[in-house]
Structures are given as C-alpha cells and as structure tokens.
Write a protein that binds this ligand. Structure first.
Ligand code: PLP
Length: 448
C-alpha cells in the first residue's frame, strides 16, 4: 500500500446554504443603496444607466489581498492591471495604495506616465510594443517583459544603437494544470524555449535580466496551479543562478485570480466557490519558500491581479423600460442596460436585483437590453419579481473589464460616479454627448 501524502489541514467556511435538489432557494434581496448612498438619488442626480464605483471597496479589497501575501512573504509588490479598468480615478487609488502599473500597450503606458507613475515602476507586458514604445520604456528604466523573439531582436537593436541597457524579464507559458493552456504569449517552459531565450538574454549585451513572468490564464479556480507556476519560474531562476551566478530580482505571477462572479453554467454561485486571496497566497508563497533559490536572494513577488481586486467595487444601475409577454408565455423585461455596457455578460450570469422592495412572488423572466439586436440579452432566465416601467435595477460585481471593453453603440456611453470613503459622490467620467461623438468625425468637402 502506498503511503498517503501529508496534507496541511485547512478549515474553509461553507456559506452555500443548503441547496435542495432544484438548487439554491430563490429569494431576491434588493440593493437599495451603495455605501449608504441611495440608488434612487444616484439615478436622479446622474441619470440612468449609471456606473458606480465604491472607493471603500476598492481600498478594502486591495488591503485584504496585500495582507494575504505580506503575512506569508516579506517582499510583495502589486502592479495594477490597466486594461482591467484604466479610469484615471481608479488607477490613482491603486497607486495611492502603493501599487505599480502593469500595461500592455503604448496607450496604457502613456496613461500610467500621465498618472504620475515613475517609469521604473511600470511593467510593460504584451505582444504589441512598437520600437518607439520600447525606446521610451528603456530610457525610463521600465520593466519590459519580452513576449516573442522579434521583440528580443528589436530590443537588441535599440540598445545597440542608443548604447542603453534594457531591464527585462521574459513571459513564460507553461503547463500549470489549467486547460486549455495559454501558450500564445511568451516562451514555453516545457519545450525548453524559455531556457533558450534566457541564455540568449544573458549572452547578449544591452540586456539586464531582472525578472521572470507568467500569466497562466484568467478566472483560475484552482489555486494549486499558481503553486506549479511558481515552482517552474523558481526552477528557471535557480538555473540562471547556477550557470551565470546571476540573481533574478523578482518573480511575477501575473493576474488571473477569480472574482466572485458566477460563470455561465455553474451550479453554485461564484461567491461560494471561488478561492480566497489566502488560498492563492498560500500556494504561491509555499512554492517560493520551498524552492532552491538561495535564501539571501529571495526574489520580490510581483502580482498583477486585475478582476479579483476591482470586480466587487463596481455596480451598474439601470431602469426598467418595459414589460413584455413573449409568444411562448415567458415573461420578459427590457432595461436600459445593453450588453455593450456589460461586456462580461457574455460569460457571467450577472447578479441583477431590484433597487427597491418588491412583492415577493418571482417569475421566470428574460431580461433584455435596449439595443436593436437579438443578442442583447442580460439574463436568459432568472427568477425575478414584477417590476414597473421606471423602477430601478442594480447589477453587482461589474468593476472589471466593463469600463474598458464597453462599446459605444446606438446610445451614448453613460457617466461613471465614484463614491469616496466619506460617502461623497464624484463624476469620474462624463457621459458622451452629441458633441463628443461628432468631435472625431470628418466630412469631406463634397459632402458638406
Ligand atoms: C489581463 C492581464 C492581467 C490581469 O488579469 P486578471 O485576470 O484580471 O487578474 C495581468 N497580467 C497580464 C499580463 C494580463 O494580460
């Protein structure tokens, strides 16, 4: 008989309630206010639909995530993933909390500089960095994470021409037990490609190898995958040390922690099934402590967490436009929030609730957006109370990606309001208008 391996005991709170054979009991708890500010006041002051961000939730969640890692490992640095939400107000809050910037384009790089982030606190990721972007980043001492060999050659040519040294890391893709595996970004671990490129970097003038990076995917429900990824990066660091007597300054595990949203097709809500920051931190820091990296040269741990930090802080408020009975007898509700404002509705069953107390009877309802497009469905089927035209709804946990991937389509994009930690509200992005839309149009002479 094989000896069963020892596993550390853990206690996990189960807050799923008791589902019966039909799943969870369906009750709908309205959301009438956010951080003590009434929804109806927000809508009457700023319009509908309306994005709302809670500064308190942003800061509290950040502190919780940081504590999960800092209590387990001495050197931790978060870098805010700009593409997750690059509203200036949001970026500034993270930078105030001590977060660096993680950018994936020249546009995001410019934004980070304009937000006052020093160049040497910007991580530059992604496959799309132009020669001009690279020159700027090298001159600013930014951390350039090389994605492919053409980028390596471009950097080699720039540093040679300008007599500069680039601070670089490589992005590594690997089998961490997550499928489908993301292998289109960076260099593969198992095939030896990553090790090959590290040798090229160590042997080419103009490069200073400072880090190792991976981003294994997004909405990763298995924290042990991060343990595997950390171990593989640490093995590369040890190999570099043995061959070149060179110490890697940091290991960057990227983003990908799951937020508490519920994926389409999931049986239990994401709030009950998603790992906590502590779960992720435990696997990552255990792998670092157990690695063969010399103790005096333990690397800084970088994290580029996006969705798990911001999702809970964002709300989308809207209003009922109409009720409609479909020919098959189903009830439907049309609201003023379309999928163009809620990009994540394509993979999440978003939690949508009334903004006031309704009568308790629920009916299976399809919730449509206002667009003249058949795909504009916010919820295919949800048990929902009767709501009248003009009444308000709230969609929870929409802080990640919706304010960057939104599409201007058919309607103007709405305002975004921030509730600060004292409960004051601030417009942090204005609504689009006829004027803003026309600003970029150009009419050829013969059409005037
Ligand atoms: C998108 C992205 C992130 C953030 O990912 P989340 O899943 O939102 O945490 C971090 N790093 C890189 C390189 C990314 O592309």
């Amino acid at each position: 008989m094989q000896k069963v391996p020892y596993e550390k005991p853990v206690i996990n709170k189960i807050s799923a309630g008791v589902p019966d054979k039909f799943g969870m009991k369906s009750t709908i708890q309205p959301i009438t206010e956010i951080d003590d500010v009434a929804i109806k006041n927000l809508i009457s002051e700023y319009g509908s639909p309306l994005y709302v961000l809670s500064e308190k939730t942003i800061r509290d969640t950040y502190k919780k995530a940081l504590a999960a890692f800092e209590t387990r490992y001495p050197k931790v640095q978060f870098a805010w993933s700009y593409k997750t939400n690059y509203l200036n107000a949001v970026c500034k809050i993270y930078h105030q909390e001590g977060s660096w910037a993680e950018v994936v384009s020249g546009f995001e790089y410019e934004k980070a500089i304009a937000n006052g982030v020093p160049g040497n606190k910007i991580i530059f990721n992604g496959p799309d960095k132009s020669r001009e972007d690279l020159i700027k980043a090298i001159k600013n001492n930014s951390l350039i994470h090389i994605d492919h060999l053409d980028e390596f050659y471009e950097i080699a040519s720039v540093t040679k021409e300008l007599q500069l040294t680039a601070k670089v890391a490589i992005r590594v893709n690997m089998d961490a037990g997550i499928y489908p595996q993301w292998f289109r970004f960076g260099f593969n671990y198992e095939s030896g490609e990553a090790w090959n490129v590290l040798n090229k970097i160590m042997q080419t003038p103009g490069f200073e190898l400072i880090g190792l990076h991976t981003h294994i995917g997004t909405y990763i429900m298995a924290p042990q995958a991060y343990g595997i990824a950390t171990t593989k990066l640490a093995q590369l660091a040890v190999r570099v040390f043995h061959k070149y007597n060179h110490h890697i300054q940091y290991i960057d595990l990227g983003g990908g922690f799951a937020s508490k949203n519920t994926l389409k097709g999931a049986y239990l809500p994401g709030s009950d099934t998603c790992p906590t920051f502590d779960d992720y931190a435990e696997h990552i820091t255990d792998a670092l402590h157990q690695s063969d990296i010399p103790y005096d040269h333990m690397p800084t741990l970088f994290l580029e967490t996006g969705r798990a930090l911001i999702d809970d802080a964002g709300y989308l408020l809207g209003s009922v436009l109409a009720n409609k009975r479909l020919p098959d007898g189903r009830k439907s509700l049309i609201i003023d929030i379309g999928v163009n404002l809620l990009f994540t509705s394509f993979w999440y069953e978003h939690n949508i609730v009334p903004a006031s107390y309704t009568q308790p009877d629920l009916e299976n309802t399809t919730i449509y957006g206002p667009l003249c497009m058949n795909i504009d469905v916010i919820r295919e089927a949800i048990n929902f109370p009767v709501m009248e035209k003009g009444e308000h709804v709230v969609i929870k946990r929409i802080g990640a990606y919706n304010m960057t991937q939104w599409l201007q389509f058919i309607n103007y994009r709405p305002r975004i309001v921030l509730i600060d930690t004292d409960g004051n509200t601030h417009i942090v992005r204005e609504q689009e208008t006829h004027e803003t839309m026309n600003q970029m149009d150009r009419l050829p002479e013969h059409l005037k």
